[in-house]
Design a protein around this ligand. Structure first.
Ligand code: SF4
Length: 124
């Protein structure tokens, strides 16, 4: 997540930097430095911010389960942690999903495939 996207989601949530620091359990200085690009947004902060943004945007129309939206074949679906933990509306939050037929090994790799995915796009 870059500085622009971080600031976009904070504004989408309607939060000041102070309110955002309280929600994310970090300092105002850190929030400011993410938005200035002085510091990279850590994975745990990115994940939490995306979670909050997805909940803010959540409605009955955009919670179609990932395996339904993507038509995942049964054998792959049953090996996927999104299915195992019945978290088809939060699949992007869980590491180790197998959407492309293989386990995404890092958060970075996972986010590259999620950001190109219609499921992720539907959540925000
Ligand atoms: S690529 Fe990401 S958003 Fe798309 S189905 Fe897989 S985990 Fe969900």
């Amino acid at each position: 997540m870059d500085k622009t996207e971080f600031a976009f989601f904070r504004k989408q949530l309607g939060k000041t930097q102070r309110e955002m620091s309280q929600l994310l359990g970090t300092s105002i200085k850190a929030i400011h430095s993410y938005e200035q690009g002085w510091r990279r947004v850590p994975v745990h902060v990115e994940r939490q911010l995306l979670f909050l943004a997805s909940r803010k945007n959540c409605n009955e129309h955009n919670q179609v389960l990932c395996w339904e939206m993507r038509g995942c074949p049964e054998d792959r679906r049953e090996q996927c942690p999104a299915w195992e933990f019945q978290a088809g509306e939060l699949c992007w939050f869980i590491n180790g999903t197998i959407c492309e037929g293989h386990v995404q090994t890092s958060w970075k790799e996972k986010m590259e495939s999620c950001r190109a995915c219609k499921v992720f796009a539907s959540r925000f």
